[in-house]
Design a protein around this ligand. Structure first.
Ligand code: ADP
Length: 498
């Protein structure tokens, strides 16, 4: 093995990882440590950002040591991160004023209600591409300003800095010299105008957030600064950053408009590249910046499925129908079809394109002959149907035809699910050789900035799939099955389908 090497720091919600990549984009080492979750109240989720910072130093040090690579052989560091999670810290000391408010946390819900009453929803969507929701950083910042004593005054005096996790890590790594974010992360704050490419003064004013705390917004691939020599023995360039989902889209080499990726985890995260065009969704999807390379901004449509792999956990843990999630594959294949059974796992309501939070799940079409295998198969198929719902909405919004779907995440190893996904979409599904697509995206962004790779073509040449699932179902059967799904969904909606 030989260099140059690129390190990706993948700071996620449940773990911090460092992945070492070689110049062919292959994984040469990985180190990780879990992130402790804090739940101070029901619905609140917080992280200790000092713990996260120390974790980053540990995993980078470990991945280098384990691979026998010296810091001098590292061409660049890229960062990808859990998005929206909000940190405020003291400019002078680096001390956080509070634990980070994690994207999932609902503690600022009342603030969003108030903003909605003030009629800000339309402006938020038009300027930021987002729906007004506590998920994004803006209301979390406001919560810190309102609820932590002294914070508003200190923020207005210029003593405090805001950042998402990328910003916090770059600031810490550079010894407090560089306060920046990349535009894919900025696009998730609900403060950034994705059309004009700047922090939106009107929104800042309406939200009561002082502009002085905000980082400078940069492209996703450039040298932001160098790590302090104290951390890894010598200064290393930090040369790329992107939010985790956008990094995965990049790591899947989805560079052309119409290319999409789906991450099958607990839920599904879908992103479709829409090129230089920010597409406003009519189906409740969000519009976001995928990345910026040089002066070129690439946009994406984003949607999610709330319950994907989680439906298998439910079958396993609550119903006892499975011993392991992996067992679902053989069981599903043991029957030729679900025998007309559909499962709609709307445990917490349905998202895009239905947006019915009151809807609850159902298993429909059962007969005396229905077996465990049929129910398990219906559960797996529900993941594919829900993904098609979102992808159809993306196609309709963007006016482009999906040509193929690239997949990753824990449940993407299920071959039955991937084949059924290809069948129900009518397009090929491709699974890459490198599972660490999020980290790979960050490494590609950083490597591009320092010349490890020359351009997107060089990256595409490094992207290899290990499996491809071609649609094998005829169009009539496909549409008949999908119509059955839509019918099943229509029965649980609490208001008519649009
Ligand atoms: P997350 O990052 O959301 O925790 P992962 O990408 O680690 O998720 O994937 C874990 C999810 O994948 C779990 O919900 C699990 O039920 C599901 N899963 C794991 N293995 C399989 C499998 N062989 N078939 C289907 N689903 C699986």
């Amino acid at each position: 093995m030989s260099g140059p090497w690129v390190i990706a720091i993948d700071q996620g919600t449940t773990s911090t990882r460092a992945v070492l990549f070689d110049a062919r984009g292959q994984v040469a080492g990985l180190a990780f440590r879990p992130v402790q979750q804090h739940y101070p109240e029901p619905g609140w989720v917080e992280h200790d950002v000092e713990e996260i910072w120390l974790g980053v130093i540990d995993v980078v040090t470990q991945v280098l040591r384990d691979a026998g690579v010296t810091p001098g052989e590292v061409a660049a560091i890229g960062i990808t991160n859990q998005r929206e999670t909000t940190v405020l810290w003291e400019r002078a000391t680096g001390r956080p004023v509070h634990r980070a408010l994690v994207w999932q946390s609902r503690q600022s819900a009342a603030i969003c209600d108030q903003w909605r009453q003030q009629g800000l929803e339309v402006a938020v969507k038009a300027k930021t591409g987002l729906v007004l929701d506590p998920y994004f950083s803006a209301s979390k910042i406001r919560w810190l300003l309102d609820c932590v004593p002294g914070v508003r005054d200190r923020a207005e005096r210029g003593e405090l800095l805001f950042g998402t996790i990328d910003t916090w890590l770059i600031w810490k790594l550079t010894g407090g010299r560089v306060h920046v974010t990349d535009c894919s992360n900025a696009a998730r704050t609900m403060l950034y105008n994705i059309h004009e490419q700047r922090w939106d003064e009107q929104l800042l004013q309406a939200f009561g957030i002082p502009a002085g705390i905000l980082p400078e917004v940069r492209s996703s691939s450039e040298v932001y600064g160098y790590t302090s020599a104290a951390w890894f023995g010598r200064p290393l360039p930090i040369a790329g950053a992107a939010g985790d989902q956008q990094a995965a889209l990049f790591g899947q080499a989805c560079f052309q408009p119409g290319m999409a990726k789906n991450t099958y985890g607990t839920g599904c995260f879908l992103l479709m590249n829409t090129g230089e065009r920010p597409v406003a969704s009519e189906h409740g999807l969000v519009t976001t910046i995928a990345w910026k390379l040089g002066q070129r901004v690439c946009y994406a449509l984003e949607g999610s499925v709330f319950v994907a792999g989680a439906v298998l956990q439910w079958l396993r843990d609550e119903l006892g129908l499975l011993a392991t999630a992996a067992e679902s594959e053989a069981l599903a294949l043991s029957v030729p079809s679900t025998g007309g059974v559909y499962m709609v796992p709307a445990f917490t309501g349905l998202g895009a394109p239905f947006w019915d939070m009151q809807a609850r799940g159902a298993i429909l079409g059962i007969t005396r002959g229905t077996t465990r295998a049929h129910v398990v198969r219906a559960a797996l198929e529900s993941v594919a149907y829900q993904s098609r719902d979102v992808l159809d909405a993306m196609e309709a919004d963007a006016g482009v035809r999906l040509e193929r779907l690239r997949v990753d995440g824990g449940a993407s190893i299920n071959r039955f699910l991937m084949q059924f996904q290809a069948d129900i979409l009518g397009v090929p599904v491709e699974r890459p050789e490198v599972h660490e697509t999020t980290a790979l995206g960050a490494a590609f962004l950083a490597g591009l900035a320092v010349g490890v790779w020359d351009n997107e073509d060089a990256i595409s040449a490094n992207w290899r799939r290990t499996a491809r699932f071609d649609p094998a179902m005829d169009g009539t059967a496909r549409e008949r099955l999908y119509a059955g799904w839509r019918d099943a969904v229509s029965r649980i909606l609490t208001r008519p389908m649009r």
